[in-house]
Design a protein around this ligand. Sequence first.
Ligand code: SAM
Length: 381
Amino acid sequence: MDRCVSMRADNESPRKISRDDTGGRRLNVVSLFSGAGGLDVGLAAAGFDLLFENDINSYCCKTLEAAGKILPQMKDAEIVCGDIKNISGTRILQHVRALGKEVDLLAGGPPCQAFSVFGNRKGREDARGQMVDEYFRILGEIAPPAFVFENVFGLLTVQNGEVFKLVKEKLAHPTDTLEYDIRVFRLNAVDYGVPQFRDRIIIIGSRLGTNVTDIPKVAFVNPKEGQLRYRTVRDGLRNLPPPNARSPSIHTGRVHGDAVIHRYDAMEPGARDVHTRINRLDLDRPSFTIICGSEHSGGKGHVHPTEPREVTPRESARMQTFPDWWPFYGVGRHAIRQVGNAVPALLAFAIGNEIRSQIFGLKKIAFKRGVRFLGQEHLFQ
Ligand SMILES: C[S@@+](CC[C@H](N)C(=O)[O-])C[C@H]1O[C@@H](n2cnc3c(N)ncnc32)[C@H](O)[C@@H]1O
């Protein structure tokens, strides 16, 4: 298992981020299945310090290493690049204790393919089915006061709900002697200021006697209509220059042939392309769910709302509320997969903020402050 070597990433110049941006007492988090760190950076905005991160994908690990050079909240994180099966709770705790700290929160979401096989007769023999078991194992080994487990909403219905029942049981009782109070939330990122429909299951566990009972939607009142106004693709893309020959690779799109350009050009906003099964974004609506496509197909973005091309990974990252300075490592499908797999940072901020206040009794961080931390001011202009 390698500890990643830090490499210069292809990002825009990072803003200086002060450790005081979140104010108050710090909380410590161990992150599993960290990906490109969408969940992690949102938790950092909510006042958490990352102490440990793991992913098997070397591009993700290099992104996390580069992020650790920018974000003070990640500077102490040990980033282990390799299979989670080879990581023990003891190893994680050794690092945490060497820093003189304790774990407050375990965070992460096993890859969702896990649930198509988990619970099958063959589930435990299939490598993907074992990923969720690895989360339970590490939860049992480090026994943090609280955890957050994220996944696709389809988890609710796999095998008529049997899989979900099993997941809840294991999270409530990861070992014979460990017990968590668990709360299940079905959240849509669009309700939390994210310019994208993205439906997710969040399970929060606590053994402190307090737990999160509500994750209030962020109500942006439209003064004209007096109702909740979703952020749109227009808000998400605001102030982002279109890609050009000098754009960094993360903001460079795929090259299309004439036939594809003609097809995309003829699509109405919201329409679906029958060949690629991607949608044309509508400037005045939230984005369709950002996806990543298969490892082999080169990744998938949606069709740009006003130009006959697919969006760049940076444009998709805007829909996922990653800051523009987030240093995605790699080009093409590597970047698209990191972006498409992530928890939107603003959604993670909202979840972290409720854990911070409702479980740990700390003052909430103002929404505006989280927005500023994550460089999302463009959404609210
Ligand atoms: C849904 S993504 C996580 C996204 C992340 N929470 C975020 O917000 O950016 C799941 C991650 O699990 C990683 N993964 C899959 N199998 C793994 C394994 N055996 N060990 C460690 N990580 C693994 C994948 O590389 C992928 O990045």
